[in-house]
Design a protein around this ligand. Structure first.
Ligand code: THU
Length: 156
């Protein structure tokens, strides 16, 4: 038997020192979060997807009275981006959230299903997709979705 340890690499930085392009993407995620439809959880999530030509597509969580019918912010944004611009590679995704109207101080991490969908976007892009998880105090960044979803599902 072999025991294998997986390492993941992420960057943690203070919000103030975020580079300009990433800052703009985080701001887009916050503004998207403000338009979320989340009457059941009151947790408003926003995602902003940066495409290869510089276009930013925003999305947010869309809840439904029949709970499983709702969709997370990341998948709303990515599916919209890919339905509108199928030829444009996804370069980065920023995520932010407001809890009861106030942006979280700590970064928000994407759920497992969204990680799986992001992995597919990365596969389509053919190069690493940066994920920026934003809070008001702290930001975390991974440069490759694999760092958020090791041992991901794949067909052989
Ligand atoms: N949510 C997202 O939008 N993204 C995630 O990655 C995890 C959770 C939403 C779903 C639901 O509307 C609310 O957050 C509370 O779970």
């Amino acid at each position: 038997m072999e025991e294998i340890k997986i390492e993941l690499l992420y960057k943690r930085l203070k919000t103030e020192i975020l580079p300009e392009e990433s800052r703009r993407l985080c701001e887009a995620a916050v503004s998207a979060a403000k338009r979320a439809y989340a009457p059941y959880s009151q947790f408003h999530v926003g995602a902003a997807v940066l495409l290869h030509n510089g276009t930013i597509v925003e999305g947010n969580n869309q809840e439904n009275m029949a709970f499983p019918s709702g969709l997370c912010a990341e998948r709303t944004a990515l599916f919209y981006a890919q339905s509108q611009y199928p030829q444009l590679a996804v370069e980065a995704v920023a995520i932010a959230a407001l809890s009861h109207g106030v942006q979280t101080t700590d970064p928000v991490y994407p759920c497992g299903a969204c990680r799986q969908v992001m992995l597919e976007s990365q596969k389509r892009a053919g190069k690493p997709v940066r994920v920026i998880m934003g809070g008001t105090q702290k930001i975390q960044i991974v440069e490759h979705i694999g760092d958020l979803l090791p041992l991901a599902f794949q067909e052989f």
